[in-house]
Design a binder for this molecule. Structure first.
Ligand code: ADP
Ligand code: MG
Length: 376
């Protein structure tokens, strides 16, 4: 066990690293962030930042020297960096687990091999694979780059062989995956934590609404049948077990084809759809990340209130700074900002967690609070 007072390291300087660092420091740990950006969200709140790229060997060695254990907030860290760190300190999640989740072909193949339902898919490594891939998926389909996609980037909806070819070319001929596009009834996700002793605890499933490929709201309890909710938690925990995963894992799922669950993708870190846990649960996803990393006991989180989390994107700036005071005047609304200077459209700047007496009321409150931010 790594006890409070020790130093924990995190690779990556974004908002997830920031919330990890804040929680770890509340619990009495010191935190070192490795991140090249000198004004990163996580670096601002860490005890120390090592300003370097994720593949800088000297910086990685310094991080290993400073820390009792290291985690990541960013799935695109090179596996080699995690392996290098792991020779000197405990690293969770492992390079092997992160590698599976950072490449869509490996991720979906792993899920299928382990018997988890996914949308029909096929790899498109080169243009010659397109015909065979279409035979496997049919139309409509989605072509996704195998690596580095997020918030719907690197994706194209395609309805004909010509469109697949055009999208593949547009993506630069990099390896892709073609997936059947399902008619979604709902999108949900389960965030869980698994310890190195194999103990798993999960949060209740969140019901997710995306806008333009970016998560907009997460509502909890998800408005789905109780049996399906329980199945989603079981399924997510099963994925973590099969991966031999240690740490916090986000499992995105689709509900489609008459209430069936399909696994969409895995995030080897706390998840945007788990931010509701910061204000609505007895223990939040970042505390469980700290606990799993430090080998402290994991406890089953209790949901204290129905809640809706709504993301605040750079779009909320529009004419000027958002009218924070209007949202904060609404009882049940809490503000989380990530310390980013430049509010570009589509960029995640912060979020609101909105507590109310029911899922419907929480979603309505979040919608009102989010709309109130826009200066007019
Ligand atoms: P990202 O890494 O950008 O989150 P996802 O694979 O999760 O990539 O896709 C983003 C969103 O696009 C999903 O949340 C969902 O709304 C939609 N989407 C992705 N794949 C499918 C699919 N096979 N069928 C229907 N909708 C999909
Ligand atoms: Mg996703």
């Amino acid at each position: 066990m790594i006890l409070p007072g020790a130093t924990l390291g995190v690779l990556g300087g974004g908002q997830l690293g920031r919330m990890f660092a804040l929680r770890a420091r509340v619990m009495g740990y010191r935190v070192v962030v490795l991140e090249a950006d000198p004004r990163s969200p996580a670096g601002q709140v860490a005890d120390e930042q090592i300003e370097a790229a994720y593949d800088d060997d000297a910086a990685l060695d310094l991080l290993a020297e400073r820390c009792a254990a290291v985690t990541t907030e960013f799935e695109n860290v090179p596996a080699g960096s995690l392996e290098r760190l792991a020779r000197r300190v405990p690293v969770h999640p492992s390079a092997a687990a992160v590698s599976v989740t950072q490449e869509r072909i490996a991720e979906k193949s792993f899920l299928r091999e382990q018997g988890f339902s996914t949308a029909a898919f096929a790899p498109v490594q080169q243009a010659d694979d397109i015909e065979r891939a279409i035979a496997a998926t049919g139309f409509p389909a989605i072509l996704k780059t195998a690596r580095l996609g997020y918030d719907g980037k690197g994706q194209a909806v395609v309805t004909s062989p010509e469109e697949v070819r055009a999208a593949f070319t547009r993506f630069g001929g990099v390896p892709c995956i073609l997936e059947r596009r399902l008619a979604l009834e709902t999108e949900i996700s389960v965030v869980l934590a698994r310890g190195s002793d194999g103990q798993v605890v999960s949060f209740p499933a969140g019901e997710n609404e995306h806008r333009d490929g970016i998560l907009h709201t997460t509502t909890v309890p998800a408005r789905i049948p109780a049996g399906l909710e329980a199945e989603a938690e079981r399924l997510a925990c099963g994925v973590a077990e099969r991966l031999g995963y240690v740490g916090v894992l986000g499992v995105e799922m689709f509900v489609a084809e008459g209430g069936r669950l399909f696994v969409n993708e895995l995030a080897p870190r706390p998840h945007n759809s788990g931010h509701f846990t910061l204000d609505a649960c007895s223990v939040d996803q970042f505390e469980l990340q700290v606990r799993a990393l430090a080998g402290l006991p994991l406890v089953r989180p209790r949901l204290l209130s129905p809640v809706c989390m709504v993301n605040i994107l750079g779009d909320s700036w529009g004419a000027g700074a958002p009218r924070w005071e209007r949202a904060l005047a609404m009882p049940g609304v809490r503000l989380h900002l990530y310390g980013k200077a430049d509010p570009r459209p589509g960029r995640k700047m912060g979020h609101l967690t909105c507590l109310a007496d029911s899922s419907d009321a929480a979603l309505a409150l979040a919608t009102a609070a989010h709309a109130a931010l826009r200066a007019s």
